[in-house]
Design a protein around this ligand. Structure first.
Ligand SMILES: NC(=[NH2+])NCCC[C@H](N)C(=O)O
Length: 409
């Protein structure tokens, strides 16, 4: 067992988790940008931070070590050469075409007093006036006159679940569906390649951001040390699931079966974890709207150890889960209690997106009171966090956290 990265379940007691405290990137969201940057509204940063701090405090009070992405990145680039390479790669992935402007942005970033301040700025985005005040240049001849940014903000960073995920003792460094979220994965790349805690650990990468088909962390669930579930969704391609399956099997990780959940491709259900999360050994939340269209495929290592075998599962979901998790019975707890109106409303605000911190113990958003009551009736212990602003980004407690270490069950 690795004590650096260890995630062999969705529910084992959470020991260490990575978060990102919402930063000024949220103050750079504009109505014109919302669609492309995957938001439905503009959160009020001050309150979003209060809510997020409450989330982090809840985790700490329950024995979880909380680390922040922005700190890990700053620590990973202590070496000047690594730092410069990081800045170069970051700039290469922006839409800046002018060589002169690239040089200027590089100089601007490298002059920040601390690595942390520089990283915060990279996440926040760079407005034209930032560069103009820094150096008296006229930028309008270099970039589109009306567009206010030299470098776009990355408002989705507080959903640390998605750019990479810990699977077993390795990492899936994801290739994201959209340009805006793919930029985020550069931060994870530097953490796992250069941070002192990780750089000499030979961490296996099950997926790489340079892969061409997309897969996102919200679709990657570790159901047990034998079983993974991966969504085929708006964000994750079927071919990525096959690719990652082959790599995990080749490496002889403990996992034996990957259940591919083919779910409807739609904004509200962007990832599997927006409609399905594990809350206890034998209990799951589910959004009733996906139960009809859902198809599950099982992927296993081929007998001769060459390649994989894919089969379409014929049973209903409860039975499929019971079979692979070797349980007698599995209970699905329906978002909104199965009432169409409550289910639709609460799923939209991540009623079925829970973060388990121990078996039968989960963090949930306060606003989803219908689903929360049902969870309690099923004997689940809830840690309720405020949710007015954070939920505007379309992600809940599971989306906002990336477990690094869980106790084995
Ligand atoms: N694991 C999740 N469900 N993450 C939710 C991410 C939400 C984010 N606005 C996006 O569209 O990418």
């Amino acid at each position: 067992m690795s004590d650096i990265l260890n995630v062999y379940s969705e529910i084992g007691r959470l020991k260490k988790v990575m978060l990102h405290r919402p930063g000024n990137e949220i103050e750079n969201l504009t109505p014109d940008l919302m669609d492309r940057l995957l938001f439905d509204d503009i959160p009020y940063l001050k309150v979003a931070r209060e809510e997020h701090d409450f989330f982090a405090k809840t985790l700490r009070e329950n024995g979880v070590e909380v680390v922040y992405l922005e700190d890990l990145v700053a620590e990973a680039i202590e070496d000047e050469k690594v730092k410069e390479k990081f800045v170069d790669e970051f700039i290469a992935e922006t839409s800046i075409e002018s060589h002169r402007l690239r040089e200027l942005v590089k100089k601007y970033l490298l002059e920040f007093k601390s690595n942390k301040a520089m990283v915060d700025k990279m996440m926040e985005g760079i407005r034209k006036e930032d560069i103009q005040t820094y150096e008296r240049v006229h930028l309008s001849d270099m970039v589109g006159t009306l567009y206010p940014f030299v470098v776009d903000p990355m408002p989705n960073l507080y959903f640390t679940r998605d750019p990479f995920s810990t699977i077993g003792s390795g990492i899936s460094l994801n290739h994201m569906r959209t340009v805006t979220r793919n930029r985020e994965t550069l931060f994870s790349k530097y953490v796992f390649s250069y941070h002192p805690d990780y750089k000499n650990e030979n961490i296996p990468f099950w997926y790489d951001r340079d892969d061409t088909t997309s897969i996102e962390g919200g679709d990657q669930l570790v159901l047990s040390k034998k079983v993974l579930a991966i969504g085929i969704s708006e964000r994750t391609d079927a071919s990525s699931v096959e690719k990652i399956a082959k790599r995990i099997f080749e490496h002889n990780e403990k996992f034996e079966t990957i259940l591919a959940f083919d779910i409807p491709k739609k904004r509200a259900f962007m990832h599997l974890d927006t409609v399905f999360t594990m809350v206890d050994y034998d209990k799951f939340t589910i959004h009733p709207e996906i139960e009809g269209p859902l198809t599950v495929y099982s992927i296993k290592k081929a007998q001769n150890n060459e390649g994989i075998v894919i089969e379409k599962e014929q049973m209903i979901l409860e039975e499929i889960l019971a079979k692979y998790l070797e349980l007698e019975k599995v209970t699905l707890i329906r978002c909104g209690g199965g009432n169409m109106v409550d289910a639709g409303r609460e799923q939209w605000n991540d009623g079925s997106n829970t973060l388990a911190i121990a078996p039968g113990e989960v963090v949930v958003y306060s606003r989803n009171h219908v689903t929360n009551k049902l969870l309690v009736e099923h004997g689940i212990k809830l840690h309720v966090i405020p949710s007015s602003e954070l939920s505007r980004g379309r992600g809940g407690p599971r989306c906002m956290s990336m477990p690094l270490i869980r106790e084995e069950l």
